[in-house]
Design a protein around this ligand. Structure first.
Ligand code: ZN
Length: 52
């Protein structure tokens, strides 16, 4: 199975270790709390980078 990739740091991680966060009705997954908190602090930045 493919690992997921953290939107914030770009590392891949196993699904059972994910930290989930609901953002605008969608569940996003991060590899740790630090990355999740960074995303929460500036979600637009990370979403725009992921879209390009
Ligand atoms: Zn990360």
């Amino acid at each position: 199975m493919a690992d997921q990739v953290c939107l914030v740091c770009g590392k891949s991680f196993a699904k059972e270790k994910e930290m989930k966060w609901m953002h605008e009705g969608k569940w996003l997954a991060f590899d740790d709390l630090g990355c999740r908190n960074k995303f929460i602090g500036n979600p637009k930045k990370y979403l725009e980078e992921a879209a390009t």
